[in-house]
Design a protein around this ligand. Sequence first.
Ligand code: ADP
Length: 475
Amino acid sequence: MNRRSVRFRLTVWYASLLAGLLILYGASVYLGLGSYLRWMLEESLSRQARQIGETLLANLDRSGEEYVIEEIKEHYAPEINGRFLRVTRADGSVLYVSGRPEDKSFDPALLSIPAEPVEGAYAREEHLSDGSELLIYTLPFTTVEGSRFLIEAGAPYGQIEGALRGLLLTLIVVLPVLVAAAIGGGYFLMARALTPLDKIARSAELITSRNLNERLPVVHTGDELERLSISLNRMIARLDKAFEHISRFSADASHELRTPLTVLRGELEAAVQQPNLSPQLRDTIGSALEEVDRLTKIVESLLTISRLDAGEAAMERTRVDIAELAAVTAEQMRLLAEDKNISLRCDLAGEAEVEGDRARLKQVVVNLLDNAIKYTPEGGAVQVRVSTGDGRAVLEVIDNGIGIPAESLPHIFERFYRADKARSRQMGGAGLGLSIVNSICAAHGARLDARSAERQGSRFRVEFPLADGVPEKKG
Ligand code: ADP
């Protein structure tokens, strides 16, 4: 689980807040119920004490003490009801005291008599030495005749404690379950709420410099998510414009360089024709001509790449048999291989028609084969393979040459990148051949990848979608 994720942090915040609120709620219910039950018990005890005073003790002089004692036993039956009742005379002698309750929850003999004088009614809690706890309501009562009594009515606290313990237990069991359910539910709901973001991120991953005209899905939530998707789309639009500017600039710059280069070439060619040139000057002009040639090639390549990347290059869209194209091209380049005593083999598995521009596709084969021959030492082997399957045509150019170092492999399709600069320049390379292949493949919806091991060889693989229903054109 990712602890830094918004999903995790929000769930933790929300769960902690909920747990805090539930604990606060539980504590107030617990304390509220505790004081309510105590108040109820106190009310019932005070009612009992008042009844004993007003209905029995008030008539004591007429009915006699025995009658009062019998009435208390009969009406209140404290032993059966688990209550404590005591009536004390003003001199401290006991008129009546209840016995031990049937459940033996407390012993009345352990209860001390409050010291006189008791001014008003009050409730107290008594902790007995047998471990029991009693709530006792004490009521001073004076008859019309002036006899003073102390009426005490009590009940064990245990019942209230039992109820509170039950509530506490319920809270301890239910609260964690509620919090766990909230965490689970919150985590799940957060995942759902973040799905649009995931969608935006996945679409953003697919946007590269080649499809900057595409846009991210806009989520209509009217909140930060919607603002984010709109802002990202605006950013992509700005990038699209900037990229277009850059591509157009490279294309324009390359185009502008062509004319002066042609002029320069013409003038150098004319100069080298002069009759009385010293051999040194002739050599200098010769090598300047070579450099102009190199420069012209680079400018042409740059122009091709810029136009392809900007989608400006006029591309024919016809059916091209890539197998036949590979065979023809390999045949045309055979001399180059033979010069280096390299065996050039073609493995073609029948027709493999793709949709595209024949001249550009030929350039792919030429550039790949040219590299394979260039970077394979004398006596090596180069193989061109074309196969079909799964709706795709696969062109492979394999050699057993010098290979490409692992750290260079990810960069070989970049402009002007050369794994071994000295060697590549010596061979006339400027690091643009594979960039052209890459741009052509991208324009044809083909997938290009390279595998290589140093001193063992390289394999370039282009995967084209097979054509259907496009007119065939040969050339
Ligand atoms: P270059 O004009 O320098 O050949 P490319 O763009 O065609 O430029 O290739 C880029 C680099 O990739 C080359 O400089 C070379 O180091 C490496 N490379 C390309 N093809 C091969 C191959 N078949 N074997 C070994 N290295 C290769």
